[in-house]
Design a binder for this molecule. Structure first.
Ligand SMILES: NC(=O)C1=CN([C@@H]2O[C@H](COP(=O)(O)OP(=O)(O)OC[C@H]3O[C@@H](n4cnc5c(N)ncnc54)[C@H](OP(=O)(O)O)[C@@H]3O)[C@@H](O)[C@H]2O)C=CC1
Ligand SMILES: CC(C)(CO)C(=O)C(=O)O
Length: 335
């Protein structure tokens, strides 16, 4: 059934993968206008023909959106279309490697415009790139506990919609400077959070999204590479003392870097990592999903970014350096 939201948002979503299809399907169902920008015309044609299906882990459809309820096109057409007919918001749901290597060519034509952009990437490095690419844009980061995995070009598996924290990207927060006064949450961002809530996510505006990004980075830096190497779902990391010991070593090495860099983390952040393993026990982590599909992973922007931070601080992080190379090497072997 079509919802009738108070504010019908027009959203351009770049990246019709696991997270993109989950967000798009849920927002369309809540009554918003979504234009999905896909890597291939094969996928946009499939989406027109079959719509979007969101299923639970047992394969039962939670959501079925007909193809005529939204637009889907190849991403090459994005900038031309946007410049003729802008949207309220651009949401970016491609992986970090695509963000760094392909996205700039699609976004550069928007350089003189002032779009509102929300980025959902795990890892770090992409927000600074976007600031340089679109200097007039109002940029937001989103951190999510939603877990989804694309099964076909039109279907994603996602047990539940999860939480989403959206916050304005403020470099000042990194230096401990951001707080109430620095946050000017634009009306568009508020409408987006309302739209996400109406779409079934636990959605919040955050004043500390940079801090949240670093907390999520810690979680991903421990869970993702180990699930990818051992090829286990997240919950299986807790299955033996040996696995827990390796997790703990990675965690402690990352914390030394955070301490040296003055990055804030919760006193119980180890417990938070274990809790994520428990609450997402059946999940295939995004890094394992990439390895299984013989795709490049986001390791360079997750563990690799911890190595980068350590280098800038003249510190050694042998475990993160080694695990980054190990996972990078897995991709090369499996092509
Ligand atoms: N999935 C999840 O549960 C979560 C994901 N995230 C983060 O969200 C981001 C997206 O992850 P996820 O959705 O899992 O990734 P997916 O790989 O499932 O989706 C990425 C999408 O980007 C598309 N893409 C690739 N190249 C281009 C291009 N040049 N132009 C347009 N689209 C392109 C891919 O198309 P194709 O398949 O055709 O190559 C794919 O549809 C990542 O940074 C991830 O860390 C964060 C939290 C949870
Ligand atoms: C939190 C976690 C580990 C959930 O699977 C994730 O963010 C990912 O897979 O990238």
């Amino acid at each position: 059934m079509n919802a009738t939201p108070e504010v019908r948002m027009k959203i351009d979503m770049i990246g019709a993968g696991s997270l993109g299809l989950l967000l798009a399907g849920s927002l369309i169902e809540a009554g918003h206008e979504i234009r999905l920008w896909c890597r291939t015309s094969e996928q946009s044609a499939e989406l027109y023909a079959k719509g979007i299906t969101v299923s639970d882990e047992k394969g039962r459809a939670r959501l079925q959106i007909a193809g005529e309820r939204f637009a889907a096109s190849p991403v090459e057409d994005f900038s031309g279309h946007y410049l003729q007919q802008s949207a309220d918001l651009i949401v970016i749901t491609v992986k970090q490697n695509v963000f760094h290597e392909q996205l700039p060519q699609y976004l550069l034509p928007l350089q003189r415009t002032a779009p509102v952009v929300v980025c959902f990437q795990n890892g770090i490095g992409h927000m600074e790139l976007l600031e340089r690419l679109l200097p007039q844009a109002d940029i937001y980061a989103a951190v999510t506990t939603a877990g989804s995995r694309r099964k076909t070009l039109t279907e994603v598996i996602s047990p539940a919609n999860g939480g989403i924290w959206v916050g304005r990207w403020l470099t000042a927060e990194l230096n401990g400077g951001a707080d109430d006064s620095a946050v000017q949450t634009a009306g568009v961002a508020i409408s987006f959070v309302h739209a996400l809530s109406a779409a079934g996510f636990a959605a919040f505006l955050s004043k500390q999204v940079v801090t949240m990004i670093y907390r999520k980075l810690l979680i991903n830096a421990v869970i993702n590479p180990l699930t990818a190497i051992w090829r286990v779902p997240n919950g299986e990391l807790l299955a033996s003392e040996q696995r827990l010991a390796v997790m703990r070593e990675l965690y402690e090495e990352a914390l030394r870097v955070y301490d040296a860099a003055g990055i804030d983390y919760e006193a119980d952040s180890w417990e938070s990592i274990l809790e994520v393993c428990r609450t997402t026990a059946g999940n295939t982590s995004s890094m394992l999903a990439d390895i299984l599909a013989a795709r490049r992973t986001e390791i360079s922007w997750i563990n690799g970014s911890i190595v980068g931070m350590a280098e800038r601080l003249n510190m050694e992080v042998p475990l993160h350096r080694w695990i980054s190379r190990l996972v990078e090497g897995m991709f090369a072997e499996e092509r």
